[in-house]
Design a protein around this ligand. Sequence first.
Ligand code: UDX
Length: 454
Amino acid sequence: MVAPRRVAVVGAGHVGLVTAACLAYLGCEVTAVDSDLRKVEALRRGNLYLHEPHLRDILDACRERVRFTTDLEPVVLASEVLFVAVGTPGRADGSVDLSGVEGVARGVGRVLGGAGRERPLVVVNKSTVPVGGGDYVSRLLREGGAGEGSFRVVSNPEFLREGSAVLDTLFPDRVVLGGESEEALEIMRELYRPIVEQSFPSPIEPRPKREVPLIVTDLASAETIKYAANAFLATKISFINEISRFCELVGADVGEVARGIGLDHRIGGAFLEAGIGWGGSCFPKDVAALRAMAGDQGLGMPLLAAAEEVNLAQRREAVCRVRSALGGSLEGERVALLGLSFKPGTEDLRGSPALEIAALLIMEGARVAGYDPVSAKEAARRVPGLEPCHDPYSALEDARAAVVATAWEEVRALDLVRAAAIMREPRLLVDGRNALDPEEVRAAGLLYSGFGRG
Ligand code: UDX
C-alpha cells in the first residue's frame, strides 16, 4: 500500500492547522480549508494566529506541500482522506454544538454526490463528536447527496494539549482509529505509519518516542476513548484538589503527597497539580457532554458530577479567602488577578478559572484588576468591569489581595518585595496554582495562602 498523498483538513484552528502541518511534514500533500478568508489569507502570508511551539518550523520545512483555501469543492474531489477538524463547542446544558460538523459533512456530501470516485473518500472525524458522531456524519454525507460507495467514515480522536499540540501529534502516547471499513482503516494505518513507527526526522532532540501504539477499534469505542480520557484527567485533578483540602486540615503538603502517590506507576505523577482547578476548551465541555450523553439515556455519572463540583468549589474557595481576609465584604475593594488565560503559554480564555473568579469577585462589588501577558485586553472584553493590566504591578497597585490564577513565568518571577510595597493591608496573596514559594512570599511581607500547602 502506498501512503495516501493527498489529504484535506477542514477547519484551520488549533487541531486542524497542527494536523495539516504535521501530515505535510510527514510527506503528504495537504490542503487546509477554512471558511474564514482572513484566516486563509493570513496563513498564506505565513502569519500563524496561534501560539504553538514548533508549528512554524514544521510548516517552514514543508511549505510546498501545504495549501490554504476557502474552496471546499475542488479539495474534496482531489483528496483521498479528508479530516473534519472544525470546532464542536459545548452548550450550557452539556450538549454539543455540531453545526460546524453538519455544514462540512453536508457540503462534502454534495460534492461527492455530483462526481464519481475511483475509491471512496475517507472522511475522518478529528473533531470531538459525541459518541455516535461517526454514524451521524455518514447520515449527513448521504443527506448531502453522497452515494454509499463514495465515502467511508473513520474516527481519529485527538489528544492535543494547547501549547504542545505539535509534539502531541508527532509523538503521541497512542494513535486511536475507529471504523467499520477495513479498506478505510488500512488507508489510515498507512497515513499514520510514520508516526507509529517514528520513522520521520524528529524536529527535536532527543527524540521523545521510539514507537507509538496504534489502537484500531470500532467507531463508538474510539469516540468514547476521547471523552473517557478527558473525563479521567479532569477527575484526577479534582481528586488531588480534594486531597489538597484535606492536607490543609492536617498540615500535610499536597505537593509532597502528589509526588508520593505519583511515583506509583499505576497512578503516574502528571495532572496532580492542586489549585483552582481545570478549565480550557476541552475538559469542561467534554465532562459536561459525557454526563449529558449518559443523562439522555437515564444514566447518572455521580463521579463526574463530583469532579465538576470539586472544580467549582476551588474557584469559590479562592474568593472566600479573599473575602474573609478583607473583613467579610468585597464591596469597593481592589483585588488583583495574576494570570487570565486558562493556562500558561496560550492566549486562550475559554473555560478560564481566572475569568470565573473575576466574575465572582466583581459580583460581590470588588474592583478587579487582571494581569496577563497576552490576553488581558480580550479578558476585559469578556468580563464587564475587569480592568486589564499589561504588567503585574499596575494590577497590584493599591490592591489589598491578589490571586495567582495562571502560573505564567512572569507571575512566578514576580518581585515580591515590590508587590508588598505597592499593595495595601492585609497584602493577601492567594496562590491558586501553588506557583510561588510560601517562605519567599512571607519574607517579602505578604500573607500567603496556597492550596494544600504553605
Ligand atoms: C486537554 C487534554 O490534556 C488534551 O489531551 C485534550 O486533547 C484537550 O484537553 P488542554 O485543555 O489544552 O488539553 O490543557 P491541559 O494542559 O490538559 O490543562 C487543562 C486544565 O487543567 C488547565 O486549566 C490546567 O490549568 C488544569 N490542570 C492541569 C490542573 O489544574 N492541574 C494539573 O495538574 C494539570
